[in-house]
Write a protein that binds this ligand. Structure first.
Ligand SMILES: [Zn+2]
Length: 96
């Protein structure tokens, strides 16, 4: 086997390998995108959490108006902790 044949083999192997994962990666990215559309990130929740808590304290309709946040709070302990801390503060201040 000469060097040229070896390079040819590596090249073929590389090309073959490259095409298959690319499709898999594209499919994976599509899945990630669709997941991202449905689920809000912690940053998005943090940006809206005070509004959510205010609604919760005022009208108790926050979960209906912002179901994405309610859903995220159920799944994410970090944001839920933040939510409960804010709720606690707001409830105390609104009673004054
Ligand atoms: Zn979160």
């Amino acid at each position: 086997m000469n060097l040229r044949t070896i390079i040819q083999k590596i090249r073929n192997g590389f090309n073959h390998h490259e095409e298959v994962p690319n499709e898999a990666v594209l499919g994976f990215l599509r899945v990630l995108e669709s997941v991202h559309e449905e689920e809000a990130s912690c940053d998005e929740i943090y940006a809206k959490i005070d509004e959510y808590v205010e609604r919760e304290v005022d009208n108790k309709d926050a979960a209906q108006l912002m179901p994405v946040i309610r859903e995220h709070l159920d799944q994410c302990p970090d944001c839920c902790e933040e939510y409960e801390a804010l709720l606690d503060v707001l409830e105390k201040t609104s009673k004054k």
